[in-house]
Ligand binder design. Structure first.
Ligand code: DAH
Length: 341
């Protein structure tokens, strides 16, 4: 019947309009899948029309069937298209979006003090020194007494530290490693001992309550002050270049006799700068010939052996090398400072 054909054709265009509206409103894959179910599933809108086809007159069926098939294909294509758009949109973000800012990767590096310490070790190992490990928690005996600093000695005033009760304290210098080494080994000895030291010092541009030292000790037959000067001079030139100068000034330490303090020439070449406080020299530490009294504590015969010892402030060396005029900046862990090394 012609009427039936008309109704079906009308329904087809209604469904097409409805589908167009639905598909336009889809905002995700899920939305689209739901529209697909509504129109194309076994009990969906389009299938219901196919069922109605069977009620048409024979001559009307081909036309209605063709229209219906076109509707079904159009819907299928539109849905495929839509699903694909979500897929490609998603992938392109996952794979590569050239408009996104790049990721910044930070490459770490060794702390400047560690770098300087490594260089110091290399230089001394190159001159035949061994590296000894000490303890940051020391006995009063090793930190003071065996270094010829009895309990009432005034030089203890400058070495106030954290006492842990009993005989233990945080070491105030690396010199106690001299004693440990001589207790355990017989001459000849040629060693350096790097490590942290602790003192009750108020922080300022040149003081920190925790700091690093390198101790040096050489004991053998016939060792002289000239050997000490030669080794320190050679170190300075390896570290700072051929022009580096060393100066020894008379001083006093209970564990060396004679004793000296030594300075390295400043990078300002004496013109004057804040690091050297306009003197042209930067104090590094103390040094001297091992006092026979110290040999007495470790059972070395001072008639047979002599030795020299020296200290070295690692921060001082680093300040000189990197032209840093405030020691505190080494411990602040400010990345803007650290990443320059
Ligand atoms: N230990 C001393 C200090 O921290 C430095 C020092 C002086 C070390 C003379 C030595 C030395 O080995 O011989 O003040």
């Amino acid at each position: 019947m012609a009427e039936n054909l008309q109704t079906i054709i009308a329904q087809i265009s209604e469904i097409a309009a409805e589908f167009n509206k639905d598909i336009q409103q889809t905002k995700s894959r899920d939305d689209t899948e739901q529209v697909k179910v509504k129109f194309l599933s076994r009990k969906g809108v389009v299938q219901n029309l196919f069922v109605l086809l069977g009620t048409l007159e024979n001559q009307d069926r081909p036309r209605a069937g063709a229209e219906l098939n076109r509707l079904k294909n159009d819907i299928q294509n539109a849905i495929d298209e839509k699903l694909k758009s979500f897929q490609t949109g998603k992938r392109s973000i996952e794979l590569f979006d050239p408009t996104l800012p790049g990721k910044e990767y930070h490459i770490g590096s060794f702390h400047p003090l560690l770098q300087v310490l490594d260089e110091i070790k290399d230089i001394f190992v190159g001159m035949g020194f061994r590296i000894e490990e000490g303890n940051e928690i020391e006995t009063d005996y090793h930190n003071f007494e065996a270094l010829n600093i009895p309990p009432d000695h005034p030089s203890r005033d400058m070495h106030d530290t954290f006492y842990m009760g009993g005989k233990y304290l945080l070491r105030t210098h690396t010199s106690p490693v001299q004693i440990h080494t001589m207790e355990q080994q017989k001459p000849p000895i040629r060693m350096i001992a790097p490590g942290k030291c602790y003192r009750k010092d108020t922080p300022d541009a040149s003081h920190s309550p925790i700091f690093n030292q390198v101790e040096g000790l050489c004991v053998d037959k016939g060792v002289s002050f000239g050997d000490l000067k030669g080794v320190v001079q050679a170190f300075a030139q390896k570290m700072f270049g051929k022009d580096a100068k060393v100066r020894f000034r008379p001083s006093f330490f209970p564990f060396t006799e004679p004793s000296a303090e030594y300075d390295f020439s400043c990078f300002c070449k004496g013109k004057g700068c804040r690091v050297c406080k306009n003197t042209g020299w930067l104090e590094i530490s103390g040094a001297g010939m091992v006092d026979p009294a110290v040999f007495g504590f470790v059972d070395y015969d001072p008639q047979v052996y002599s030795g020299y010892a020296f200290g070295m402030g690692v921060e001082r060396i680093a300040m000189l090398k990197y032209r840093v005029n405030d020691i505190r900046i080494f411990y602040e862990n400010d990345v803007r400072f650290l990443e320059q090394f």
